[in-house]
Design a protein. Structure first.
Length: 73
């Protein structure tokens, strides 16, 4: 969680939030790389971390304190 621990300012958070929402939560949790056009479960081509699209959405929603909505199974 390198990226997340480095996020401090509100403006950075807002910019990241927009980026994540624009990519429908398909954004690498570690480096912020857009994974929107990639497989549901794969590795981030940028940093190599494994991801799962549903896990990403849950993690980002929690990070941004968004309504869990359909993320809760
Ligand atoms: Zn990454």
């Amino acid at each position: 969680m390198i990226l997340l621990t480095n996020l401090g300012g509100r403006s950075v958070n807002g910019r990241m939030r927009r980026h994540v929402l624009d990519n429908e939560f398909r954004v690498c949790i570690d480096c912020g790389y857009s994974l929107r056009n990639l497989a549901e479960e794969h590795r981030c081509p940028e940093c190599g971390v494994q991801y799962d699209a549903s896990e990403l959405e849950r993690a980002w929603r929690a990070w941004f304190s968004l309504d869990p909505a359909s993320a809760e199974a």
